[in-house]
Design a binder for this molecule. Structure first.
Ligand code: ADP
Ligand code: MG
Length: 233
């Protein structure tokens, strides 16, 4: 619940990692989000489900600050995204968010080990500290044996586990995942979701997973359904 100060202006609760009110986004004339209200508390793990084209990816892009809302207010990780400059949104994303996409988006020319090290290097970590953190994440995701293979040369499941590792290596407060198992068979998808949930639970990460797969949603605490640019039920 929002608190209201004397002026009637509502303020987000500090415990809300995500606090959206009446968020609207259109691509040209075509509305994609038609007034989204969504509150997510720290450590919550939610699935956003709905048919193709209902606006799930658009919602994630807005949460990540890569797409600006046309209307409404959005507070993410305590920051009013609408008021931040592009550069500060990028910094917030780099330092405090992780993202996983359907096709991993690893750098194919780099090994899995190098892909995992990348966020820590971008954040200015010392090599002596980066090494052990990467090894420990590779172990936890059961990728030790293939760590020296280039990303383009591993299986889909291994690549997605590495993408999970890369997204979580800097212990972000918020992880956004868009159909993280959408390109995998059922067995590989289960392995990726288990690795993701284990790591997120251990780190206390707030998690938003967009999916149209009931098997994926079953891993999460709370389900939010989306239809035609709106949250329903
Ligand atoms: P979902 O991820 O649920 O499949 P999206 O958020 O990708 O849905 O898309 C929501 C709606 O916005 C769809 O009708 C889609 O065609 C449209 N859309 C998405 N991205 C763009 C874009 N870059 N330009 C124009 N329309 C878009
Ligand atoms: Mg999508």
């Amino acid at each position: 619940m929002d608190e209201t100060d004397g002026s009637g202006v509502s303020r987000p609760e500090a415990s809300h990692v995500v606090d959206l009110h009446s968020v609207r986004v259109a691509y040209g004339e075509e509305p994609a989000l038609r007034g989204i209200d969504l509150q997510i508390t720290a450590g919550e793990q939610i699935a956003v489900m709905g048919p193709s084209g209902c606006g799930k990816s658009t919602l994630l892009h807005v949460l990540a600050g890569v797409l600006e809302a046309d209307d409404g207010t959005l507070c993410v990780l305590g920051e009013d995204l609408g008021a931040l400059r592009e550069k500060d949104r990028a910094q917030l994303r780099l330092a405090r968010m992780g993202m996983v996409f359907q096709f991993g988006d690893l750098i194919g020319e780099l090994t899995l080990r190098e892909n995992l090290a990348l966020p820590l290097q971008l954040l200015g970590g010392k090599p002596a500290r980066i090494g052990p953190e990467v090894e420990s994440m590779l172990d936890r995701l059961d990728l030790g044996d293939v760590a020296d293979r280039r990303a383009a040369q591993v299986s889909g499941g291994q690549a997605q586990r590495a993408a999970v590792g890369r997204a979580l290596i800097h212990q972000p407060a918020l992880l956004l995942a868009d159909e993280p198992t959408g390109a995998l068979d059922t067995v590989a998808a289960d392995t990726v979701m288990e690795a993701l949930m284990d790591t997120v639970t251990e780190q206390g990460t707030t998690l938003v997973v967009v999916t149209h797969d009931n098997r994926v949603a079953a891993h999460l605490d709370r389900l939010v359904s989306m239809r035609d640019g709106e949250l329903v039920g």
